[in-house]
Design a protein around this ligand. Structure first.
Ligand SMILES: *Cc1c(COP(=O)(O)O)cnc(C)c1O
Length: 390
């Protein structure tokens, strides 16, 4: 007799339970299926209102949002932009699309976020100021941007970073992709810098299948984002284009999904936080397994609940744990390989990196879908508890 194996518990999958069907059907029924339509406008208005920004412009995905944000924010070819070592690759790729260069900044050991103290040291030790601009002494390039990434749902400590940026005329472009719904010092917009980007890829807190958004208070930048994402059209009838633009717009069908998802975002954030709390309780008595917490300045959304494994205490390493979880039909995943060690970036400058490497080797993200049931979560907790030395 073959035993029924339990269903796979995925890492993080979409949750579709609201008005998605109705709104998408509305697009199909009315033939408004392409890159203009009422849902695009509504989705943009909802995200602008939610993030407390004057302008929101939908894009085809989060990577495109980052690219166009850098384009309008005054980053130029050969400029340097400070990017965290420990993040998904998209922000560093976007910097390279510009012909600009990432400088990788190490993570802080507690939360894994871009370490503001390191940025300060980098500027003090590696840079000089000439006629108002900051230059990297060893590369001779202008340092023009800061690109903090609010990983795992926690906002970076923005106040000191913005102070630095103001002092050295740096633009702050935020990758807020993983933290829609989070707050910084009680406020839902103060961690979004001069311009911020979101992604609505399938694994994010809300999804449009694929999609992104740029938010800013700067009207000129917002206008330029709209212009550049629609092929830089000067005259839509006569096919007059003012410069090399991009086709980066989101479709009405995807935006329809986005509107429905925005309607339930607050519930999803509650679910993410509940999941994190249950893992905390579940691992409370376990030595060598620690959940990455949220900094005191942040109200994290805990996009992915992530443990840090101290294998000399737990008796099992993160990758062994991952393998056994897989055998038990439970999906888990390491954090991102530090970008400074990846082939496209090995020649880029970096400042530190040991902390990112340590977190990469020791951390594991656990199932964190909005729809994760308590039973399934208990299965994950039980499996980990069984493997760890008491
Ligand atoms: C998902 C993600 C992106 C990329 O978004 P896409 O919509 O997949 O292009 C960018 N940055 C971070 C930090 C992400 O997690």
């Amino acid at each position: 007799m073959v035993e029924d194996s339990p269903a796979m518990i995925p890492l993080c999958v979409p949750e579709i339970r609201g008005n998605e069907w109705q709104y998408v059907k509305d697009c199909l029924d009315t033939n408004w299926v392409s890159s203009v339509g009422g849902y695009v406008d509504r989705f943009e208005e909802m995200v602008a209102a939610y993030t407390g920004r004057e302008h929101a412009i939908a894009t085809v995905n989060g990577t495109a949002a980052l690219h166009v944000a850098l384009l309008v924010a005054g980053i130029e070819p050969d400029d340097e932009v400070l990017v965290p070592s420990l993040t998904f690759i998209a922000p560093a790729n976007a910097v390279r699309y510009m012909g600009a260069w990432p400088v990788f900044i190490d993570a802080d050991p507690e939360f894994g976020l871009m370490d503001c103290a390191r940025i300060k040291d980098f500027i003090a030790e590696e840079c000089s100021r000439e006629s108002g601009s900051l230059y990297n002494k060893s590369t001779g390039r202008r340092v023009k941007g800061l690109l903090p990434v609010h990983i795992l749902g926690h906002p970076v400590d923005m106040d000191p970073l913005v102070d630095l940026a103001r002092g050295y005329d740096l633009t702050v472009v935020c990758d807020a992709t993983e933290c829609l719904g989070a707050k910084y010092k009680g406020d839902s917009s103060s961690h979004l810098g001069d311009i911020a980007c979101f992604s609505f890829n399938g694994n994010k807190v809300i999804t449009t299948g694929g999609g992104g958004m740029v938010v800013t208070d700067n009207e000129a930048w917002a206008d330029r984002v709209r212009y550049l994402t629609t092929q830089a059209k000067d005259d839509p009838v006569e096919y007059i284009h003012g410069e090399v633009g991009y086709n980066y717009r989101l479709t009405n069908v995807q935006a329809a999904m986005g509107v429905a998802q925005m309607e339930v975002l607050d519930d999803y954030v509650v679910a993410k936080r509940r999941t994190h709390r249950r893992y905390l309780d579940g691992f409370a008595g376990l030595s060598g397994i620690e959940l990455l917490g949220s900094p005191k300045w942040a109200e994290s959304i805990y996009w992915l609940s992530t443990i840090r494994v101290n294998d000399s205490v737990s008796g099992v390493g993160s990758r062994d744990l991952m393998r056994v979880l897989k055998e038990e039909q439970i999906d888990s995943r390491p954090l991102w390989h530090p970008l400074h060690g990846l082939k496209p970036f090995v020649d880029c400058a970096r400042y530190g990196g040991d902390v990112a490497e340590d977190l990469y080797s020791r951390c594991l993200s656990l199932p964190s879908s909005v729809g994760l049931s308590e039973d399934d979560q208990n299965r994950v907790i039980r499996c980990i508890c069984q493997m760890v030395r008491p």
